[in-house]
Design a binder for this molecule. Structure first.
Ligand code: KE4
Length: 426
């Protein structure tokens, strides 16, 4: 069943830490070896042993159209024939920047980079350069990539591996990172009171998705906007997950709260290594070479990655029913999970983004999220994987739906969930 994956995992561990290139992929939290993927198409992924899975990870979000979308693949193949990278400006960078601005008008100017980590690191540097202040407010359990200053009470793999404060990060690098509680605006206000005139920005996942999915309570995002304005700090929306996921205009359109800066990743690159940060023109004009806040990148705005991003966003724009369709699929799944497990689980969902927390209470912040029974989640994950349903190998990640998930996929998944609960497997 998994012989080839197991063999590859053993060999990979010789040359890569934990045998993987990103910690959460090692399946440590679900107590088994990871499956190695050979290919993917539409809603399915196929491992090296020939097992097929309905994929609800979607590469942690980029796969909103499903895997290997014909139009995206064809555009990328054609682009490759013209060379992979030039290290020089191209029209495609302009076209992608123009399209992002059209879909997210708060992004008056942007810079393309290669990963969400790089986007967030650079946005924070721009915020500090613009305000002349050093401190940043983040939220416990939110994850903004692995740059030193943000590996403080971080979520995602850092939480999964129980290393939210990583060794190797000098205290000097994190002394300017202040930590508030998600959905607790008073904790943010208190930090500003205690650190007058020294906080450059608040950075927030407008919908937290790295402690599992935790929704902003009514008015929370608005309160952050007001606090930032009151203390002349900037508001940064980390929309690496929510951008083009919650709606074509992301969380800022969905919740009608306008950030000063936004970071994007995942979907904006259509599955290729491409991310972006951008926002108010006067802030972004601080960035070199226009301004003096330095940031650079050999492959930034790469012609292949921009091709994938442009094609993906164009399809998202054209498919008028896409967001309603993937939200309906997620709603059907969420309803069946709730029906199957009853009060044993808390299901948080917004649009096509959801999480199943194995605990009785509501999950509204970090403290409630970490009360979840990760052993139960591991049992759930393993049962589902063995039945050909591929979920995130961590209680503190999200489940993603794509436009490629069919009615049959959803019904099959629902059947497996109902069977799991009926047979009291976990
Ligand atoms: P990357 O550097 O991994 O491209 O993006 C970092 C990042 C920034 N901001 C948010 C809100 C994010 O969710 C991420 C990365 N997300 C995780 C999954 N929760 C990536 C998966 C992984 O680390 O392997």
């Amino acid at each position: 069943m998994y012989e080839k994956s197991d063999a590859l995992f053993e060999k990979s561990k010789q040359y890569m830490p934990g045998g993987v290139n990103s910690p959460v992929r090692a399946y440590q939290a679900v107590n088994r070896n990871p499956v190695f993927i050979d290919s993917a198409k539409g809603s399915k992924i196929y491992d090296v042993d020939g097992n097929a899975y309905i994929d609800y990870v979607c590469s942690w979000g980029p796969g909103i159209l499903g895997h290997a979308h014909e139009r995206v693949v064809e555009a990328v193949q054609k682009a490759c024939e013209k060379g992979l990278t030039y290290g020089a400006p191209t029209e495609k960078e302009y076209l992608l920047a123009e399209l992002v601005h059209k879909l997210m008008p708060s992004i008056e100017m942007l810079r393309l980079v290669n990963s969400g980590t790089e986007a967030v690191m650079s946005a924070i540097r721009a915020a500090r350069g613009f305000t002349g202040r050093d401190k940043i407010v983040k939220f416990r359990g939110c994850y903004h990539g692995h740059s030193d200053g943000l590996l403080v009470k971080a979520g995602s793999g850092a939480l999964t591996c129980s290393i939210p404060d990583s060794p190797g990060v000098p205290a000097d690098y994190t002394k300017n990172t202040l930590v508030a509680e998600y959905n607790d605006e008073a904790s943010v206000e208190a930090l500003f009171q205690a650190n007058p005139d020294s906080i450059a920005a608040i950075i927030v996942e407008p919908v937290a998705a790295n402690m599992g999915v935790v929704l902003p309570k009514e008015g929370f995002l608005n309160s952050l906007r007001k606090i930032a304005d009151k203390y002349h700090a900037l508001l940064i929306f980390d929309e690496v997950i929510t951008g083009f996921r919650l709606s074509l205009g992301g969380a800022q359109e969905y919740y009608k709260v306008k950030p000063d800066l936004t970071t994007l990743g995942k979907i904006v690159g259509g599955g290729m290594p491409l991310a972006a940060y951008g926002g108010r023109r006067e802030i972004m004009e601080m960035v070199a070479p226009k301004g003096s806040v330095y940031q650079a990148g050999t492959l930034a705005g790469n012609p292949i990655a921009t091709t994938a991003g442009i094609e993906t966003l164009r399809i998202l724009e054209e498919e008028k029913n896409l967001y309603d369709t993937i939200a309906a699929s997620a709603e059907q799944l969420a309803d069946v999970v709730q029906e199957a497990f009853g009060s044993r689980v808390c299901v948080n969902r917004i649009g096509s983004l959801m999480s199943v927390f194995f605990q009785e209470g509501a999950v509204t912040d970090y403290a409630s999220a970490v009360k979840s029974d990760t052993g139960q989640y591991a049992a759930y994950f393993n049962y589902m994987l063995n039945q050909g349903i591929y979920l995130a190998p961590s209680q503190f990640e999200a489940m993603f739906l794509s436009y490629a998930h069919t009615k049959e996929d959803i019904e099959r998944t629902c059947d497996v969930i109902l069977e799991l609960a009926k047979n009291n497997v976990i």
